[in-house]
Design a protein around this ligand. Structure first.
Ligand SMILES: [Zn+2]
Length: 77
């Protein structure tokens, strides 16, 4: 059974060729610009962004968590 988290269809790769690509199994992958890693382009690995455009955040979930922690730390010195 396929994961229910996938929010991107293969055709969307052509729309965002700089951040999306296919892996060897034909799954859509998304590159996180912060850690430079490719992750499956699903809401399991990326945050869900509403509105127009790509429905995933640019950073992967671990990076978003760390980024928020950094912001918080910077805000409380
Ligand atoms: Zn990352």
């Amino acid at each position: 059974m396929a994961t229910p988290y996938i929010v991107l269809e293969p055709w969307t790769v052509a729309t965002w060729p700089r951040t999306l690509s296919f892996d060897e199994d034909g799954e859509v992958q998304r590159r996180c610009p912060r850690c430079g890693e490719y992750w499956p382009a699903t809401t399991e690995f990326f945050g869900h962004r509403r509105g127009s455009g790509l429905p995933l955040t640019s950073y992967c979930r671990p990076c978003v968590t760390e980024f928020r922690r950094e912001l918080r730390r910077r805000g409380h010195h």
